[in-house]
Design a protein around this ligand. Structure first.
Ligand code: OGA
Ligand code: MN
Length: 290
């Protein structure tokens, strides 16, 4: 079981640190308590973990089926022998190729892979090496964002959908197999409702994906840009986010359907090495049942 004194909220609207848990050794009861806390806080932080790839995959699988690491950029993106573990890193190998994805630049606010019809449910990052400064990861709650929206805006967007761009990743790089397109009206993308019910809890959330190339279907281009800017303003209000300063052994996980995240840039000559798993989504984002 999980004693309440071991669940420490890390900010007002999102995230909790779970103390005194060794993720390599959890049983079904403890898992259920973690799952409950995850629904409540949407982001969970476990510190001082020592997870072998086997144990990391074992813990991740408790939340559902795992995606395999995509071939997003040049170089190797999975841990050898563990196709479920992506490497997020700026480190270069002997041939000067990155051993993982996302480099050392800023990753702007986004939720993972919202350009898919069934975007992933959960993402987990586990820190193996961290730079002396920079590279912090922030989370924001899209359930809180929904509540913060003024009624007028909420009512306006309740039946609208955003086309979620699939052309660029959060580091601004072109995804494999796609062509450059900076026009929100013509870029390839997947429509999803702006206001969604969380697939499991049914809690209302704002679902924005990422800002670049986003387009609100049916609106004039400028109208869409202005309304998106307004929605993004509420979603990313500083009081709605938690910024995590990493230590080696930290595991940070987020509900990809009710949060967004971003990463600060860091010195590209420093080393940052994260392992990452992602739980498949089986349900398309859908609007509120009224
Ligand atoms: C991700 C991501 C940010 C980070 O893995 O999906 O956005 O802090 N990572 O590396
Ligand atoms: Mn991401």
């Amino acid at each position: 079981m999980l004693d309440n004194k071991n669940i420490i909220p890390v900010s007002e609207y999102i995230g909790a640190m779970i103390n005194d848990v060794d993720l390599a050794k959890i049983d079904d009861n403890l898992f259920l308590a973690i799952f409950d806390a995850f629904d409540k806080y949407k982001g969970l932080l476990f510190r001082q973990q020592k997870l072998s790839p086997e144990k990391f995959v074992e813990f991740s699988r408790r939340f559902g089926d795992l995606d395999h690491a995509p071939q997003m950029e040049k170089g190797q993106t999975a841990v050898l022998g563990f196709p479920e573990i992506y490497i997020v890193s700026n480190i270069l190998d002997a041939n000067n190729e990155p051993i993982g994805s996302l480099g050392a630049g800023e990753a702007v606010w986004h939720t993972d892979m919202s350009y898919l019809s069934n975007p992933p449910d959960v993402s987990m990052l586990y820190a193996l090496e961290i730079p002396p400064s920079g590279g912090d990861t922030s989370l924001c709650s899209m359930a809180a964002a929904f509540k913060m929206l003024p009624d007028k805006i909420r009512n306006k967007v309740v039946d609208m959908s955003i086309k979620h761009d699939g052309t660029y990743n959060s580091g601004g790089l072109l995804r494999k197999g796609l062509r450059e397109d900076n026009d929100p009206m013509t870029c390839a993308g997947q429509p999803h409702p702006i206001i969604c019910a969380h697939p499991r809890t049914k809690e209302p959330v704002l679902y924005l994906g990422r800002r670049r190339n986003a387009y609100i279907l049916g609106l004039e281009r400028q109208e869409s840009e202005d309304l998106l800017d307004l929605l993004w303003h509420y979603a990313t209000l500083p009081q709605n986010s938690y910024t995590h300063e990493w230590a080696v052994g930290d595991l940070l996980m987020w509900d990809n359907r009710s949060t967004m995240h971003r990463r600060d840039p860091f010195d590209s000559s420093a080393r940052r090495l994260m392992q990452r798993t992602q739980i498949k989504g089986h349900i398309a984002p859908s609007g509120l049942e009224i």
